[in-house]
Design a protein around this ligand. Structure first.
Ligand code: ZN
Length: 265
């Protein structure tokens, strides 16, 4: 479907009262990567500051934006989900601190930042950025601590962005439990939220999902694109990745509503 049509449908769905039924027993977790002043055409990981703010206003208007831990707590207790939406960021890019956090603060919205612990404060260039010949710096530890002090949640995303569908045993243990230790040491606070890198079904084995739980994390987030229904497991939390591909927040709304209707069908 073309963006224009989707946009129109998204608008119609959200304008209708149907929308309330769609999310009565569900929660959405969205995942961003980078937020910058400008974005290049072939960059699927970055949204502009303006687009980010429009998304945030859309979330605020149509959902109850909560910290991710609140959705996790409800799932742990078997409580009913009700239109919650949590905003998350993957990898720990510096623009999260410089560009996204000020918008979130202005709108009083909570968010969770999943950082790659061994990349923070280094000049490592991720392979997907190296491939495109671009360089995007990581947050410093001071910036991560500042986000935490502002009340944002910091979560783990392995030590070196490992593919948890490929590594096992001691190596997986280092990437999962080690990331928690690194972040807790750096923050001086508990770290209980986990999102696995790459985020598709093939990017985590069941053995490694068990390791996430055994390491003391309270959730394991994918980027499969679905939404979460009451009664689900916090170790199978689904997230909707947001990219420039979502030309408008209403298009995102349509995608989410469509998935919800498929889920309940
Ligand atoms: Zn990642």
């Amino acid at each position: 479907m073309k963006g224009g049509v989707k946009r129109l449908l998204g608008k119609t769905l959200f304008a209708s009262r149907l929308n309330a039924a769609f999310f009565r027993n569900a929660a959405v977790v969205v995942a961003f990567h980078r937020v910058q002043e400008t974005v290049q055409d072939d960059d699927g990981l970055t949204v502009t500051v303006g687009m980010f703010e429009r998304h945030c206003q859309f979330f605020r208007r149509h959902f109850r934006v909560v910290p991710l831990r609140e959705i996790v707590r409800k799932l742990e207790r078997g409580e009913r989900l009700n239109r919650e939406l949590a905003i998350t960021f993957d990898d720990g890019y510096r623009d999260n601190f410089e560009m996204a956090a000020p918008v979130l603060q202005k709108l009083s919205l909570p968010a969770t930042f999943f950082a790659v612990s061994k990349w923070l404060g280094t000049d490592v260039v991720a392979w997907w950025d190296r491939e495109r010949n671009v360089r995007h710096p990581w947050m410093t530890w001071d910036q991560v601590r500042a986000l935490h002090r502002m009340g944002f949640e910091i979560g783990a995303h392995t030590r070196t962005h490992a593919d948890l569908g490929q590594v096992s045993g001691a190596e997986a243990q280092r990437e999962i439990a080690g990331a928690r230790r690194d972040l807790e040491k750096g923050l001086g606070a508990p770290v209980e939220l986990f999102a696995y890198p790459y985020g598709s079904r093939e990017h985590i084995t069941e053995a490694n999902r068990q390791l996430v739980q055994a390491a003391g994390f309270r959730c394991c987030c994918s980027s499969l694109g679905g939404i979460n229904a009451t009664g689900g497991s916090p170790f199978h939390l689904q997230r909707v990745p947001i990219s420039t591909w979502h030309a408008s927040p209403h298009q995102f709304g349509f995608e989410v509503a469509l998935r919800r209707s498929l889920l309940s069908a």
